[in-house]
Each structure stands twice: as structure tokens, then as C-alpha cells.
Design a protein around this ligand. Structure first.
Ligand code: OOG
Ligand code: MG
Length: 266
């Protein structure tokens, strides 16, 4: 079998290039079949270095595949995490398709943390105590792999398909409403395309934060104050195309609206 031996850093640079250019690529497991999940998280760390060198700032973490709907849709059956930088956050009501390959959007709940969260034995109470506020969010995922097809190792190396995200203008007290009961609906061009309830995320989105802290603890990391955490898609993700109008409603937490455009017009 023909195998190229690339270092983990070289693989991270390759993925970074495809993330920037918006050109799809072969799965890394197709040329480096021996890579482990642990290696993939190391690739993420190298990728983060590339992004920071470019001037990006680290602003948080995302959890992925925290709902059965999401796990089923991509055929990977365990939660993963990725890294968020400031250039991924969209501050307007337009999602530009520039640099994107085959984007999909999904409704999520974001937590913003005010005290360090560290350890693999945290409780929901620890997380609430450390949470400054929560916000409705829409994540735009975009696998760099051809046909949005990957194994666990591939998707972790590709920063858990992180691409862009929207946060609502309004933040809420973590105690405003029970997040496991929150009903979320997603409309594309006026047609309801997905609906779900917060409990789809590991029973309650707070559990996603506990799980993230645990996964990070196992590699000697913690969630730092100020970090944003996307807790994972509540429904399956839907494809978006040029000209689409998206509306995502979050019950008593309001809605997020945006248009999808080929090139940003500003
Ligand atoms: C992996 C990322 C999943 C989520 O919220 O479940 C994710 C993927 O589906 O490409 O962000
Ligand atoms: Mg997501």
C-alpha cells in the first residue's frame, strides 16, 4: 500500500490550507491510515498554532456529535470537540459562501464561561456556577473532506468541521429557561426543515459542557474564563446555498436570521 508519511504538523498545515481556500480534500486516513484519535487532537492543536500565527484569537470550544440525530447523519457515534477562533464568528446577517465548500447549518446553545472549568468529575452545579450567560447560536459546519464523508479520526483532525457561527444579539441568564425543554425550529426559505428539543444534546446542553471539560482534562487542558462553548447541534444540519434565507427560532430565547450569499456584499 502506498502511504505518505507526513508529520502531524504537516497534516495540520494541509488541512489549514483547505480550510482557507475552500477546496475539498481526500480524507487524511486515505494516506495516513495509522493515525489515532489522539494524534487527530494533536493535529487540531497544530492547526490552532497556524490560525494564531495568522492573527486569529482563540475564543472558545465546540462540542460536536452530542445528539443522536447528528451522530446518525455522519456515522460517527461519539462526541468530539473542536476549537473556535474569532474569525469564525459572523457579525452580520449574511453568511458569505466565500471559502466554504459544502456548508450546513445547525441550531445550538452557546455557553459563555466566567470561571475556569477544570476536571473530569464536574457536576451541572459547577457549570452553572461558572456560566456568565447563554445565547442561542447557529453553527455553520463545513467538512473539508470530499462528499462530507469521514471517519472519527478525519473529522477530529479537521477541527470537528468548524467553519463559522452566529450568536444571537441577546444573551440570557442561564436560569431564564430550562434548556432541555427548549424547542428549536429551523426554516429555510420559509419552509420548516428541522425541529428539535434541547434534551437532544446529551439529555441537557449543560452535560455537553461537562463532557468537554472532561475530554480536555484528559489532555491536561481546561475551559478558561471568557470562552464561548457551542454545545452541539440540536437537530441534523441542513445544507445551505446561495440565496437561501434562514430563520432559526429558539422559543422564548428569540431567533437568529440570516441570508446566504455567494460573496459578501460590503
Ligand atoms: C461534525 C461536527 C458536528 C455538531 O454540532 O454535532 C457538530 C460534522 O457533522 O461534520 O458540529
Ligand atoms: Mg455543531
Amino acid at each position: 500500500m502506498k502511504t505518505k508519511t507526513l508529520t502531524l504538523k504537516q497534516i495540520a498545515e494541509q488541512i489549514d490550507h483547505h480550510q482557507i481556500t475552500g477546496i475539498d480534500m481526500d480524507k487524511i486516513t486515505s494516506h495516513s491510515p495509522d493515525i489515532t484519535v489522539k494524534d487527530s487532537y494533536e493535529i487540531q492543536q497544530h492547526w490552532e498554532q497556524c490560525a494564531l500565527k495568522r492573527g486569529d484569537l482563540k475564543i472558545g470550544w465546540k462540542m460536536g456529535l452530542t445528539s443522536v440525530a447528528k451522530q446518525r447523519s455522519v456515522g460517527v457515534n461519539e462526541p468530539i470537540y473542536g476549537r473556535l477562533t474569532n474569525s469564525m464568528e459572523v457579525h452580520s446577517n449574511t453568511l458569505s459562501l466565500k471559502g466554504l465548500i459544502h456548508p450546513r447549518v445547525e441550531p445550538e446553545i452557546a455557553f459563555v464561561i466566567k470561571e475556569e472549568l477544570k476536571g473530569d468529575q464536574l457536576t451541572a452545579r459547577d457549570v452553572w456556577k461558572a456560566t456568565e450567560f447563554i445565547m442561542p447560536a447557529v453553527e455553520v459546519i463545513d467538512s473539508r473532506y470530499k462528499n462530507f464523508s469521514f471517519t472519527l479520526v478525519d473529522v477530529v483532525a479537521d477541527n470537528a468541521s468548524s467553519s463559522r457561527f452566529f450568536l444571537s444579539d441577546q444573551a440570557f441568564s442561564p436560569f431564564h429557561t430550562p434548556l432541555d425543554k427548549l424547542e428549536v425550529n429551523m426554516y429555510r426559505n420559509g419552509e420548516k426543515v428541522q425541529s428539535g428539543v434541547g434534551s437532544a444534546v446529551l439529555g441537557h446542553p449543560v452535560k455537553s459542557v461537562i463532557e468537554l471539560a472532561k475530554m480536555l482534562h484528559h489532555v491536561g487542558l481546561a475551559i478558561q474564563p471568557g470562552m464561548v462553548i457551542l454545545t452541539g447541534g440540536i437537530t441534523e444540519a441542513v445544507n445551505v446555498y446561495d440565496g437561501d434565507e434562514l430563520k432559526v427560532t429558539f422559543d422564548s430565547l428569540g431567533e437568529i436570521n440570516f441570508d446566504v450569499k455567494k460573496e459578501k456584499e460590503d
